[in-house]
Ligand binder design. Structure first.
Ligand code: GRG
Length: 305
């Protein structure tokens, strides 16, 4: 099967999982609607796909790694929980108090449709739901429980103040400030790369604690995450409104510290390619088992959304 087909299958699996997990919730209809609106707006599902692929790599046999049924499955719940955390961060990032954006994933942002108060609650609700669905799915087997809890800890750490939230805080403080390269690196490693690497490490830990795989995916995640953020900065500068699903040029308007602003377009493109080369080289020793993750890394350089 080609890369695109496998990618599409994983997206479908995650989308079905998200719909299934949401269908099991009882709540006030407005908050459920607002959550569904952003969660099902068609993101790339990159972080849960990285989680699933790292799980498969650790398992070493991809054919066993596709849970075919939608039930309380720990791997399905954890992959969906990662997407819930990511979607909450996007909803909050778009708020007037943060980036004040009108469009996301090709649709009006959550607060534009439901108002600020509900958008804040939708983000809070998703963050809580993420941990609720993971804990609901805690494996009964004590041997599997330990790895699963370790994976949860990695996710909490990478999405929290030592990861994504820390990066977001620095990002906000440095808007309109000509900070140095170390600050640019701090922002992007924390805001973007942390959750990407966290998803990969969680995938390995949820399967089995294999030191070699863990080290390899950690290095891959760091390089992948930085290349992903550089291409995000480049797309914000030169991307197409319809493909991006949001207006380009917003970083420049807000005076954001970005790779193209700091290093120029050409050097930023070269840096993204170098990071992807590094990511690929770290997984090559795993042969055909890492084929999908290698193709995924390569696809980052040619992405248009
Ligand atoms: C508000 C706690 C908090 C954090 C916000 C993720 C984030 C931190 C901000 C979003 C803005 C942004 C451009 C961040 C860089 C990370 C990034 C590229 C997010 C977009 O991820 P994609 O491209 O989005 O995977 P989709 O819609 O495909 O899921």
């Amino acid at each position: 099967m080609g890369f695109q087909t496998v990618y599409r299958e994983k997206v479908d699996y995650i989308n079905q999982g998200l719909a299934f997990l949401l269908s099991q919730r009882e709540s006030h209809p407005t908050i459920l609607d607002a959550i569904r609106y952003s969660l099902q707006a068609g993101g790339k599902r990159l972080r849960p796909i990285l989680f699933l692929s790292a799980y498969e790599l650790a398992l070493g046999d991809c054919s066993k790694a596709q849970p075919p049924t939608l039930k309380q499955d720990p791997i399905l719940s954890m992959s969906c929980a990662i997407e819930m955390i990511h979607t909450y961060s996007l909803i909050h990032d778009d708020l007037p108090a943060m980036d004040n954006d009108d469009y996301r994933r090709g649709k009006l942002t959550n607060h534009k449709v439901y108002g600020e108060a509900t958008a804040i609650l939708a983000g809070d609700g998703l963050l809580n739901l993420a941990y609720e669905v993971m804990l609901e799915s805690l494996p009964a087997d004590p041997n599997k429980q330990f790895g699963y809890l370790k994976a949860m800890k990695v996710i909490a750490h990478s999405a929290g103040i030592s990861g994504m939230i820390g990066g977001q805080s620095a990002d906000i403080e440095n808007q309109g400030v000509n900070s140095d390269e170390s600050m640019l690196s701090f922002i992007h490693t924390h805001k973007t790369e942390a959750l990407i690497t966290g998803a990969l490490k969680a995938g390995v830990l949820a399967c089995r604690e294999d030191k070699e795989v863990l080290e390899a995916v950690s290095g891959y995640g760091k390089a992948f995450g930085l290349a992903f953020q550089i291409t995000d900065d480049i797309l914000d500068l030169m991307g197409d409104l319809n493909q991006l699903g949001k207006a380009p040029g917003s970083d420049e308007r807000k005076g954001k510290l970005t790779y193209p602003a700091k290093y120029g377009l050409k050097k930023s493109q070269i840096m993204a390619s170098q990071y992807i080369e590094e990511a690929v080289s770290l997984l090559q020793p795993f042969g055909s088992k890492s084929e999908f993750l290698i193709s995924l890394a390569e696809s980052i350089l040619v992405r248009n959304r």
